[in-house]
Design a protein around this ligand. Sequence first.
Ligand code: F0G
Length: 463
Amino acid sequence: MVYPKPARRSWAEPWKVKMVELLKLITPEQRLRSIEEAGFNTFLLRSEDVYIDLLTDSGTNAMSDIQWSGLMLGDEAYAGSKNFYHLWEAVTQHYGYKYLVPTHQGRGAEHILSRILIKPGDFVPGNMYFTTTRLHQELAGGTFVDVIIDEAHEPANEHPFKGNVDLVKLQQLIGEVGAKRISYVSVAGTVNMAGGQPQSMANMRALRELCRLHGIRIVLDATRAIENAYFIHQREPGYQNWKIAEILKEYCSYTDTCTMSAKKDALVNIGGWLATNDQGLFEEARNLVVVFEGLHTYGGLAGRDMEAMARGIVESVDDDHMRSRVGQVEYLGQHMLDWGIPIVKPIGGHAVFLDARAIYAHLPQSQYPAQALAADLYVDCGVRAMERGAVSSGRDTKTGEERFPKLELVRLALPRRVYTQAHMDVVAESILATYERREQARGLRMVYEPKYLRFFQARFERI
Ligand code: F0G
C-alpha cells in the first residue's frame, strides 16, 4: 500500500490509553441467532455478543486516571459527603447555577422537576421531544408541544442550528393557551432526536427575551450542552476566540434551571442532577428527592460517583477534549457523506444518524425501517446501533394511535474516549456493506409492546 503525502498536519486525541478491555467478534451465524433471540431489538442483545457498541453515548464513557483515583476518595457518609460539595462547586463554576440537587441519572431529575412545575392541563413546549423527558411531562399531566424550527425535521437540510426554537410557533402557543398554562419551555442543547443538532446563542438569547416578557421559565436539558457550546464556537459569528467553558456559562445563564444526565457530557458511567437559581424550586426539589432518589446530598449516588462527576465536569469543558470528541463523530459521518449514504446533516455532536426512511425507501414506516436497519447492521459486523423513529416515538397518549415522526433514523452514538479511528473505519465499512444490500431488506412486525418507552423492550418478527 502506498500512502499519499498528507495535505495537512494531523491532530490527535488529547489522551493515551492506560488500560484496555478485550473485544470479541462472534460469527455471522451467532449474530443472526442473537438478533432473533433479541426480537430484532438491539436493546435486548447481550453486550458480550456486540463487537463495537454504538447503542448509546450514555454512561459508556471512559474515565480518566484522575477520575478513577477520585473513586478512591469517596466519602460514603449518608449525609453531607464532601464529594457532594465538590460536585456542587463544579456545577456552580462551570454551569453557573446556584443550587444543586443530585439525582441517580437524568430521568430522576426530570421526574422531580415535572412533578414540581407541571399542573394537569399544562403545556410544555420544547425543541423536539426526548423520550424520558416527554414521558415525565405527560405523567405529570402536561402536554408536550414541539416548537423546534421546521428544518429540524428534514434530514438533508443543512441549517447550522437545527436545534433552534421557532419563536413564532412558541408565540402562537402562548396566544392560544396563555402563558399561565405553560409550565416552562423545555430546551435541549444539543437536540438528541433531531440528530445531535445545536441551538445558537442568538436563538437562546431571543427565547430568553420572549419568555421574560411573558413570565415563562426556561428549563435547559444540559445533557449535551457542552457539545452545543462547541458548535457555537465553530459556527456562530463572534465566538471563535471564546473558550468552550465561557460559551457554556453564557448559554446556561439564559435559563433558570437545568436537568442533567451526567452520563453523557460529564464523562461518567452514572449520575445526574437538577440545578437552579430559584431558591423556592430548589427547596421543593431537595424535599422531593428524598422521596424518590435518596437524601439531598447524594440523590441515589455513592460519594465516589459524585467525585468522578465533579472531576469529569472539569475535563469535559476542555477545548481539546471537545474537539476530539465531536471530531470523531465527524470522521465517521464524513465517510457516509463521501459514499453518498443518506444521513442527518449537518453531522451531529454525539452520533451519526442514518436516514432509514431514505435507505430502506421500499419499506413503509409501519414496518419500522429504522428498527430493521439497526438489526441488519448488527448482523453484518456486530455493530450495535439504536432505532430513533416510529418505535421510539410511541403512541399518542390521548388517541392511542402510533406516532409516525418525520425522522425515521438509526443512531450510531459514540462513547467518549472509548473507540479508535480504526474502529470507526470498521463501522463505516459495515454500514456501506449493509447499504449496498438495501434492496433485499425486509420490514418488521411488532409482536410485543410495553406500555412505557416501548423501544427499550419491544419485540419484533421479520415480515
Ligand atoms: N435528556 C437527553 C437529551 C438524553 O439524551 C437522555 C438520555 C436523558 C435526558 C435522560 O437521561 O438516561 O440519564 O436518565 N439519553 C440516553 C441516550 C438514554 O441513549 O440518548 P438518563
